[in-house]
Design a protein around this ligand. Structure first.
Ligand code: NAD
Ligand code: USQ
Length: 407
């Protein structure tokens, strides 16, 4: 099977490309490298050094004899994207290529607009390209559990049976996203569902929870195959951030009371979920939703888990409750279904102390690369960027990029 992976230079896109290639899929890896530019603009950087895409695919070929074709392309360029789809006529497209940070999208008007244009226009261009050149292709789209928000009832997988005034229907589950980024995913979902119904495209929307971890078996084969690992306030996700904070002896930054509960997934399960989804495509015209996470935790509980993992080595870790920069419920009901990927054969890696220890061990190797000025939150949901996001180091580079951040 031929698969195009969009967003292949990213945290999840690169390990997914390797995972699929290792299993015999013909992989075309696509990215416009915008994330590396966003890092420069935010004064952030992957903790684990990452190679260029050219070096990565060359190293993969040297290690395994397998070819991944690398293509630099921006999804906002419809002509290029249509040409790509026409040239390769893929069996599946895995779409990771979006601006994925909620804090980035809340910096100010420029970043909110950039996020929604990048994500919604990129996905729309893809839908039109598929209609034109590969209507049978299975679109595997990365959505997010944050599309649902935190309702006071159980969260279903995409759809809910409703009885209203004596009549019943199966309707899209209500969406209550919590940032301009999460809103962009809702807009995508609507566009995809509409084009499945109207044009007969087929798609699986993977509403993924927060991802943690830094390695898959393939990325561990060689230092040049590693994937990025974010720990800062803009791109770092909560458990990865805690692991870095613990490793450098800083307090764990729980926002507010810490009762915010989310679905979480190990990066090794992410790549397996994509494989399972591709192997089990929907019918033409079908739009389906899988909730892609394996366990739920509150962010306070996760901090405790990291503290326990450190205690096992005789180390004490402080937990602080910072004023919450986000507008979100800090204690709420949360029970989200996540059965469909299990039914397809997913065998989850549940969060174990050993995983936390492994991540901290990797982090310790690169602790000299930590930019401590990017640990505390710099973006507030109500006020936008609280400080200039560019560090002195990044400022030098971003002047060359001739772009500005801030309100
Ligand atoms: P990432 O930022 O590491 O990777 C995204 C990649 O997409 C980057 O390499 C970027 O350069 C590329 N990209 C963005 N816009 C593009 C465009 N217009 N054209 C071409 N390439 C473009 O993010 P990630 O953590 O790997 O996340 C991948 C996807 O998974 C995102 O859609 C995200 O919303 C979703 N997701 C991530 C998480 C998580 O915890 N990381 C959780 C749930 C869902
Ligand atoms: N949080 C803390 N302390 C921190 C960082 C975060 O308490 O130091 C809290 C936040 O307030 C929030 C929760 O942790 O309640 C999750 O925040 P996060 O930054 O780990 O994740 P989020 O912003 O939700 O976004 C990430 C990815 C995004 C993906 C989403 C899945 O960046 O691409 O869509 O996880 S989900 O959360 O299910 O929508």
């Amino acid at each position: 099977m031929r698969v195009i992976v969009l967003g292949a230079d990213g945290y999840l896109g690169w390990p997914t490309s390797l995972h699929l290639s290792a299993r015999g899929y013909e992989v075309v890896a696509v990215d416009n490298l915008v994330r590396r530019r966003w890092d420069t603009l935010c004064g952030t950087s992957s903790l684990v050094p990452i190679s260029t895409m050219e070096r990565r695919v060359a190293r993969w070929a040297a290690e395994t004899g397998r070819t991944i074709q690398w293509v630099r392309l921006d999804l906002r360029n419809r002509a290029d994207l249509t040409e790509l789809i026409t040239r390769h006529r893929p069996d599946a497209v895995v779409h990771f290529a979006e601006q994925r940070s909620a804090p980035y999208s809340m910096i100010g008007a420029e970043q909110a607009v950039e996020t929604q244009v990048n994500n919604v226009v990129g996905t729309l261009n893809l839908l039109f390209a598929l209609r034109e050149s590969a209507p049978e292709c299975h679109l595997v789209k990365l959505g997010t559990m944050g599309e649902y928000g935190t309702p006071n009832i159980d969260i279903e997988e995409g759809f809910i049976e409703i009885e209203h005034n004596g009549r019943r229907d199966r309707l899209p589950y209500p969406k209550q996203p919590g940032s301009f980024y999460h809103l962009s995913k809702v807009h995508d979902s609507h566009n995809i569902m509409f084009t499945c119904k109207t044009w007969g495209l087929r798609s699986t929307d993977l509403n993924q929870g927060v991802v943690y971890g830094c390695n898959t078996p393939e990325t561990q084969r060689h230092p040049e195959l590693r994937t990025r690992f974010d720990y800062d306030d803009i791109w770092g996700t909560v458990l990865n951030r805690y692991c870095v904070q613990a490793a450098i002896g800083r307090p764990l930054t729980v926002y507010g009371r810490g009762g915010q509960t989310r679905g979480f997934i190990d990066i090794r399960d992410t790549v397996r979920c994509i494989e399972l989804t591709i192997a089990n495509p929907p019918q033409p015209g079908e739009y389906r939703v899988f909730n892609q996470f394996t366990e739920q935790f509150s962010v306070g509980e996760l901090a405790e888990r990291v503290r326990e993992a450190r205690r096992a080595h005789g180390l004490e870790t402080e937990i602080v409750h910072l004023p919450n920069p986000r507008a979100e419920a800090e204690s709420h009901y949360y029970n989200a279904k996540h059965q469909k990927l299990i039914d397809l054969g997913l065998q989850p890696h549940f969060l174990a102390q050993t995983l936390i220890e492994d991540v901290i061990q990797t982090v310790e190797r690169y602790r000299h690369r930590v930019r401590v000025e990017t640990i505390e939150p710099r973006v507030d949901w109500r006020k936008g960027a609280l400080v200039s996001l560019r560090s002195r180091r990044a400022g030098d580079r971003s002047r060359r990029a001739r772009s500005t951040l801030g309100r």
